[in-house]
Design a protein around this ligand. Structure first.
Ligand code: SF4
Length: 342
């Protein structure tokens, strides 16, 4: 008997049980999404044009967390294609953080001392409209079979590399078999001390956190850290709590990075609730990023001054261990740049 989840919006079909099946049934048509949420398309003019270059993509379980009829819902605004994306704004670029210049071989980024990042796949479960890699040429810069060997050889030959970050796209989009194959290779490199996965799946497709996946991660010889990506407390409901708690119980370090987004989470209540919800589920707030100036996302930008004020307020309300570090990524720097007030 297939498992189905009760739903609140009449036009949404039952969610299938398997995460891969859920992925294949993600919503990709902006008008279908609006219809499911009972929102008139006139509120989002040019949504279909905006979805041409960077296709709208949302799993049905994420749609369930959006309030029907609410055009300002903080989850809807993260994922809904809009005409603002078509505007050309000075300073907003295709590769805002200089990824391509930091790639010694396809699919491997080496920006910072002691750690490298592998672009394991170009695929994600969801398309976040503010994504700094929304224009990234994945087809030329994800490792094919030969490049995987090159990437592993690059790491093996450099004993000063002690940490590998699996990113993408989203590394947890890979099947268990493919993920295990990559991790197996990394597990055999003696100088690696830590493995980190940057993933949004525990928050947008929580059924991906299966017992099998946890077993793969738990049996790695290196310490494993998962950096999730949640921007708003409404993203973390019961299924996501269950997934996060299962990872936490398995002894995996859980951190969160989020992006400060205008009209979505640039208010004190949203930030406070997010930090508290994360901690309640075993996740420590890690980074709050200022928006990377990627073409098509200028309408999400919150000023640095407002961000600093928010952090001051947050510090007055929460203990230090619940406060993320406000950072900006600048191309060519040897770490993320902390942002402080005067
Ligand atoms: S999940 Fe991450 S990589 Fe994928 S679109 Fe969202 S922000 Fe970008």
């Amino acid at each position: 008997m297939p498992k189905t989840v009760p739903i609140s919006v009449s036009s949404i079909q039952p969610i299938p049980a398997g995460w891969q099946q859920q992925l294949s049934q993600a919503i990709t048509d902006p008008l279908q999404l609006l219809k499911m949420l009972e929102i008139d398309s006139q509120h989002f003019p040019q949504c279909q044009e905006a979805s041409h270059d960077f296709q709208l993509k949302i799993p049905r379980s994420y749609v369930e967390k959006i309030q029907p009829g609410n055009i300002n819902d903080p989850l809807l605004l993260q994922v809904m294609a809009t005409g603002f994306e078509l505007e050309k704004i000075a300073g907003f670029k295709q590769d805002p953080v200089g990824d391509l210049a930091a790639m010694p071989i396809p699919g491997l980024l080496h920006k910072y001392q002691g750690r490298v990042l592998l672009v394991t796949t170009g695929a994600c479960a969801i398309h976040c409209r503010y994504c700094f890699r929304r224009h990234f040429p994945y087809s030329n810069n994800s490792p094919g079979r030969d490049q995987w060997q090159d990437a592993m050889a690059y790491i093996e030959q450099r004993a000063d590399i002690t940490e590998v970050i699996l990113s993408g796209g989203d590394p947890l989009i890979l099947s268990d078999q493919k993920l295990a194959a990559v991790l197996d290779k990394l597990g055999n490199i003696p100088h690696l001390k830590r493995l980190r996965l940057h993933t949004r799946l525990p928050v947008v497709l929580p059924d991906r956190i299966t017992d099998e996946l946890i077993h793969i991660l738990k049996t790695m010889p290196q310490k494993v850290c998962i950096v999730i990506h949640a921007n708003h407390g409404n993203e973390i409901k019961s299924a996501e709590c269950k997934a996060l708690k299962a990872l936490h119980k398995a002894g995996i370090t859980l951190l969160n990075q989020s992006v400060l987004l205008k009209g979505i989470n640039d208010d004190i209540q949203s930030q406070k609730e997010l930090c508290e919800t994360l901690y309640a589920n075993g996740v420590l707030p890690y980074y709050l990023h200022l928006l990377d100036p990627v073409a098509g996302a200028a309408h999400f930008e919150t000023s640095e001054q407002k961000a600093i004020q928010l952090m001051d307020q947050l510090r007055s309300l929460l203990p230090g261990y619940l406060i993320p570090r406000l950072v900006r990524e600048k191309p060519g720097e040897n770490s993320k740049t902390p942002v402080f007030g005067l």
